[in-house]
Design a protein around this ligand. Structure first.
Ligand code: FAD
Ligand code: NAP
Length: 337
């Protein structure tokens, strides 16, 4: 175990927090030693992928396990489908590219999402009308305290909107080691999101191929999302809030251009729209700001502490509550509280 390691290069908000202990996991054979260490120290544990969905509130008085388990393989295939198993430390976007290059479809709308494969089930990553659960079969994980292995099928993961069982009863107790996906060999795509519709209608494309959807998603994302290497950020800082039909109707009366979509019996409000309408798009307080192009992204250009970022987020939450009586929930996981 290494001690007193800076996590600044390991989180996309570039927060200069430290980990008391740190280990890079490149082989599951390391687990008995890791489990023994955690039991001996009785310390908290954080499994870290690429740090694109965390906020370090303070230094972490525990063990950080950097997941770098690599590898991918085909488990089985027929004329229509392929089942692949990917190790948790693989980069998500590279796997999306690899599947497309092989003529296996289903991940194209999730192109350019930063992070590792092992983190994808944690919040059931989603973008442009597709969520991880659409192609997910199962995952393998090791229980950190005991070293016991577990398999979770789709039902056991309890996937929901940016949510899963791994944010609740299994929070910080497991290290996901691999994920199994079922992809299609039929070149079908989902392209109903307005940004994709606009992109394809400008090019007179009526039925885009999966490769065209991949290219479009990459182009749109590059045009409006800040690259964390240039401008530290953690993507959307808040989830899109779900509200009752009654609350939605009330808001819609006051704000006829409110952007919202049905979500089961509730309505999902576009949090970016709420922030923009409250006058906080691009607003800077101290050294923290929301992005000029995308109000839902909080940026940390001066690489300040998590406390600075969380203070900004709290002020924004208060403003949204006062304007719209809506609670914004922080999406990234907060550590070191
Ligand atoms: P980390 O930030 O390292 O970890 C996130 C959480 O997962 C932590 O709680 C961590 O403990 C846990 N974790 C990570 N790996 C494991 C593992 N192997 N076992 C157990 N727990 C684990 N998200 C979306 O859903 N859709 C988007 O379109 C999207 N766009 C983004 C754009 C930008 C510019 C950025 C910066 C982020 C975006 N995100 C998006 C958020 C983020 O990319 C995803 O949540 C991603 O899955 C996080 O991967 P990571 O490896 O960086 O996870
Ligand atoms: P956008 O296209 O401006 O749309 C605004 C919001 O409206 C999105 O958040 C999306 O919700 C929702 N939406 C749009 N069309 C919809 C439809 N047909 N049905 C249901 N909901 C619809 O969004 P954006 O901010 O540029 O992001 C584009 C996509 O990338 C979104 O899916 C977004 O979630 C994803 N993204 C996520 C992160 C992150 O860190 N989590 C960061 C960047 C982008 P959903 O968010 O539920 O899709």
């Amino acid at each position: 175990m290494q001690t007193d390691i800076s996590l600044q290069a390991y989180n996309t908000l570039a927060i200069p927090a430290k980990a008391q202990w740190f280990v890079e996991l490149s082989n599951t054979d390391q687990f008995p030693e890791v489990s023994a260490f955690v039991s001996e120290q009785t310390c908290p544990v954080m499994v870290l992928g690429e740090g694109s969905n965390i906020v370090m509130a303070h230094d972490f008085a525990g063990l950080v396990i950097l997941n770098r388990l690599m590898g991918k393989r085909v488990l089985e295939q027929d004329d229509d489908h392929v089942l692949i198993e990917v190790q948790a430390g693989e980069n998500w976007h590279q796997i999306v590219k690899w599947t497309l290059d092989n003529g296996w479809y289903g991940l194209q709308n999730l192109a350019l999402i930063p992070g590792t494969v092992g983190a994808a089930p944690i919040q059931n990553i989603g973008a442009y009308g597709v969520e991880l659960h659409d192609v997910f079969v199962s995952l393998k994980a090791i229980e950190i305290n005991t070293g016991n292995t577990h398999t979770f099928d789709k039902k056991q993961c309890e996937f929901a909107y940016r949510d899963s069982v791994f944010k609740h009863q299994w929070r910080d107790k497991l290290c996901i080691t691999s994920v199994i996906f079922r992809l299609s060999k039929q070149a079908k795509s989902t392209s109903h999101y307005p940004a994709l519709q606009q992109y394809f209608s400008a090019q007179n494309i009526t039925t885009p191929t999966p490769q065209q959807v991949f290219d479009a998603v990459c182009a749109i994302r590059r045009s409006k999302l800040p690259d964390p290497q240039q401008l530290p950020n953690a993507g959307s800082f808040f989830k899109n809030p779900l509200v009752s039909q009654q609350h939605y109707q009330k808001l819609k009366t006051s704000y006829p251009d409110l952007v919202a979509y049905p979500a089961g019996e509730q309505m999902k409000l576009a949090a970016g729209w709420l922030i923009e309408r409250a006058g906080w798009k691009g607003k800077q307080l101290g050294d923290i700001a929301t992005h000029q192009q995308q109000a839902l992204v909080i940026t940390n250009p001066k690489q300040k502490s998590g406390q600075h970022i969380l203070k900004y987020a709290q002020q924004l939450q208060t403003v949204i509550q006062q304007h719209f009586a809506v609670e914004l929930e922080i999406e990234p996981r907060i550590y070191g509280l």
